[in-house]
Design a protein around this ligand. Structure first.
Ligand code: ADP
Ligand code: MG
Length: 379
């Protein structure tokens, strides 16, 4: 039951699992609370009413209504057609430059929220990039992998793409061969010191606005600033007409960095690692989104939930996808991303799987996902 998939499903997987040791625990996400039992097989769906109720709690009062707020233009030549990012290529990243996930602010706690009514969703303005956040407060679910590879798939199909690394761990930055420890300026300076975002964009497979370790302190530095939830939205306003897609990678928390991403976004893609499916985590993310819609950005909606790291030989994986479909219906993408060692190999080389193994199944899966997102358009 509950199968309302959109479009046709990509071909079934045949690659063997790689036994990859995911960095789920290393990401230190306290919010993670998988409902699988000890052997990881049994999954428990939340009561249906938990997904239906809506009692959003407002965020702090806004300094000004969205419409009245002029998009902040940086003092720089406007409308320059994607000026070449000034940042030269760098040597390959150090392997172990990872931080514990920041949760400078407590996760926003909400009552359960319903799906948005289509009629209540404001149309996104034309002539500007579609802005997509990749969010799930759980670490190790393939947010970064999906941000990069979908962004590159969009670029392959002729779109102008900016990827934004909003995770202090800097994995997206590293996965394009840039060392977050060595960048001069990063998204920290954009969000906290309001420098033009162009100054932190590097030209790689796609344009990428880089993270650095300082980003770990951004939530605290921003917390006293007026309009702190809109810092990213304002920064992106200066470049949003230069791109067709802006893909934002978020940290494994629902703190201020993720709130900034969701406030700036039209859509959210939620990667879910089926092996450790956490329905409770997804409900919490929905609640946060509802709060953002009510208070900061009525446009934002879930574009789709993406089952990742699937080992479809196991019954467990099939059960997990079924539970997703029963609870989220056609919000579950028809595309599935299977488990393969390619996803661990490619970032080490500083490239996407589409570049690393262009004819492989992993690249194919993300091209399929790109087609699915493009076919959905602005729905
Ligand atoms: P997140 O950004 O949600 O923390 P990542 O994208 O960093 O997750 O992925 C976590 C780890 O899992 C990385 O080491 C990545 O290479 C690996 N990975 C991602 N997708 C897959 C996949 N489909 N199959 C196997 N490993 C994957
Ligand atoms: Mg990540």
């Amino acid at each position: 039951m509950g199968l309302f998939n959109r479009g046709s499903r990509p071909e079934p997987p045949s690659e063997r699992p790689d036994g990859h040791d995911n960095d789920w625990a290393a990401n230190g996400n306290g919010a993670a609370n998988p409902l699988g039992d000890a052997d990881g097989r049994k999954l428990v769906a939340p009561p249906a009413e938990a997904l239906e109720r809506a009692e959003p709690t407002p965020l702090e009062p806004e300094p000004a209504p969205r419409e009245a707020e002029p998009a902040r233009q940086e003092p720089e030549p406007a409308r320059a057609p994607s000026p070449p990012p000034a940042n030269p290529p760098q040597p390959e990243p150090d392997d172990a430059a990872r931080l514990t996930a920041q949760q400078a602010l407590a996760p926003l706690r909400q009552q359960a929220a319903p799906r948005p009514q289509a009629s209540a969703i404001a149309e996104e303005p034309e002539g500007r990039a579609q802005i997509i956040s990749f969010a799930n407060q759980k670490g190790g679910v393939a947010k970064t992998t999906t941000t990069l590879n979908l962004a590159v798939a969009f670029a392959e199909s002729g779109h102008r793409v900016l990827a934004v690394d909003l995770d202090p761990q800097g994995n997206l930055t590293m996965s394009q061969g840039i060392d977050p420890d060595r960048v001069e300026k990063s998204m920290y300076d954009v969000l906290v010191h309001h420098i033009p975002i162009r100054e932190v964009i590097h030209d790689r497979e796609i344009d990428i606005a880089v993270a650095s370790i300082d980003l770990a302190g951004a939530e605290i530095a921003m917390s006293t600033q007026i309009g702190r939830e809109r810092s990213l939205e304002k920064a992106l306003a200066a470049v949003v007409e230069d791109y067709d897609f802006v893909c934002i990678d978020t940290p494994p928390s629902l703190g201020l960095l993720t709130v900034n991403a969701l406030t700036a976004s039209d859509k959210v893609i939620v990667p879910v690692q089926c092996e450790y499916l956490s329905m409770r985590g997804l409900v919490q993310l929905q609640n946060t989104l509802q709060m953002i819609r009510e208070n900061l950005n009525p446009r934002v909606r879930i574009e789709g939930i993406l089952p990742t790291m699937l080992d479809s030989r196991t019954i467990h994986a099939k059960e997990a996808v079924e539970i997703l479909e029963e609870n989220f219906g056609d919000r579950v993408f028809a595309s599935r991303i299977n488990k393969t060692v390619r996803f661990a190999e490619a970032p080490v080389k500083g490239m996407s799987v589409l570049k690393y193994d262009p004819d492989g199944k992993a690249a194919y899966a993300y091209r399929q996902l790109a087609k699915e997102v493009l076919a959905n358009g602005n729905r």
